[in-house]
Design a protein around this ligand. Structure first.
Ligand code: NAD
Ligand code: TYD
Length: 356
């Protein structure tokens, strides 16, 4: 494979690239060339990939995927035959504050990449990395790929719009595209704005854990290395063009239960938990049916308790990584998102008496 990986310096992109190129990487034998592109927004961190620069298979370019000419140039120059599109604005709370960058990267960026692939030709697979959030909140059962999209947040709406264009380009222009929709990821290199890395790093520092609403919203968790293995699997699946594959370990948990596990793994007391004002439009539950992918032979390898314990150890061992990420503009973001909410917070869920 000669790959273009976009959003390569973000959380999942980093894990995917490292799975390919690290010594003993499980996908190494399949990769002839890997061109990594990332705009290095607040969420992208070149340091994640810096040690790979000596690898002759690897090249990094700081670029915006919405620059269609630049994407075309790279595809031509490097004779790339596979595109994996991770590049995105990915945080729901930020999309509520300002949807503009979400529309730019998630929709216009994906469209520019699709057009580049169509124009240049030679691309054998275009993998769009999408999300379970396109299905919206799931009251009962598990969403299959046949379910209609019902996005709740501006983030989810932008990913849904991108998915629609990917399918339209597959149908209309024969772009050999496939979509994966994965559940919530956790693991090394995740930006500490998402639930698990935020709570793990706050807990390690003895800082409050701001739990939204009643803490009973449910997410379906998967270790990032299992997601990446699924992507490698789908890249090589014959006849997948035009298809959608849910990716999930089918392991759903209420946020409070995840928080309690983090407290146990970091040795912190329950009074660190602060119930704060809920996120507007907060989806109550995500749950995916991954039967279609499982039927092709993919299986997750990590159980949640072990995967979370290993993740806590990674953050414990990589304090300089997250202290660097949590400085500068992050402090301003944290103040704006949590400052007032934490001042008004309670140690007990709304409508219940505080624990004594
Ligand atoms: P992330 O925010 O950690 O990384 C996104 C990366 O994209 C960053 O490195 C950023 O610099 C880069 N980027 C942003 N705009 C860009 C642009 N215009 N051009 C080039 N690069 C740009 O996100 P993540 O958690 O690694 O998610 C990666 C993908 O996986 C996203 O498409 C997301 O929707 C999808 N996804 C994530 C999860 C999850 O739980 N994190 C679950 C399912 C799907
Ligand atoms: P998040 O990691 O932002 O992912 P999602 O895209 O699924 O919303 O949030 C996961 C869950 O954790 C979600 O129900 C919102 C909740 N949450 C909190 O309770 N507090 C927080 O500070 C954050 C960031 C999330």
């Amino acid at each position: 494979m000669r790959l273009l990986v976009t959003g390569a310096a973000g959380f999942i992109g980093t894990n995917f690239v490292r799975q390919a190129l690290e010594a003993g990487g499980t996908a190494a034998s399949r990769v002839e060339r890997l061109v990594a592109v990332d705009l290095l927004t607040y969420a992208g961190n070149f340091a994640n990939l810096a040690d790979l620069s000596a690898d002759t298979h690897f090249r990094f370019e700081r670029l915006d995927i919405a620059q269609r000419d630049a994407m075309e140039g790279l595809l031509r120059e490097e004779r790339l035959d596979t595109i994996v599109n991770f590049a995105a604005e990915s945080h729901v709370d930020r999309s509520i504050a300002d949807q503009a960058p979400f529309l730019h990267t998630n929709l216009h960026g994906t469209l520019a990449l699709l057009d580049a692939a169509r124009t240049v030709g030679g691309v054998r697979r275009f993998l769009q990395v999408s999300t379970d959030e396109v299905y919206g909140s799931i009251a009962e059962g598990r969403a299959t790929e046949e379910w209609a999209a019902r996005p709740s947040s501006p983030y989810a709406a932008s990913k849904t719009a991108a998915d629609a264009f990917v399918l339209a380009y597959a149908t209309t222009f024969d772009v050999p595209a496939v979509i994966t929709r994965c559940s919530n990821n956790y693991g090394p290199y995740q930006f500490p704005e998402k639930l698990i890395p935020l709570f793990v790093t706050n807990a390690l520092d003895g800082h409050p854990l701001p739990l939204y609403g009643d803490g009973q919203n449910v997410r379906d968790w998967i270790h990032v290395s299992d997601h990446c293995a699924a992507l490698w699997h789908v890249l090589e699946l014959p006849g997948a063009e035009g298809g959608i594959f849910n990716v999930s370990a089918e392991d759903e948990r209420p946020n409070r239960a995840v928080t309690d596990l983090i407290l146990r793994l970091t040795g912190r007391p329950p009074d660190l938990v602060r119930y704060v004002t809920d996120r507007p439009g907060h989806d109550r539950r995500y749950a995916l049916d991954a039967g279609r992918l499982r039927a092709t032979g993919w299986r997750p390898r990590h159980g949640f308790e072990d995967g979370l314990a290993a993740t806590v150890e990674w953050y414990r061992a990589h304090r300089p990584w997250w202290e660097g990420v949590k400085s500068g503009a992050y402090r301003e973001y944290y103040r704006e998102t949590y400052g007032a909410r934490l001042r008004d917070a309670s140690g007990a869920p709304p409508g219940t008496a505080p624990r004594s």
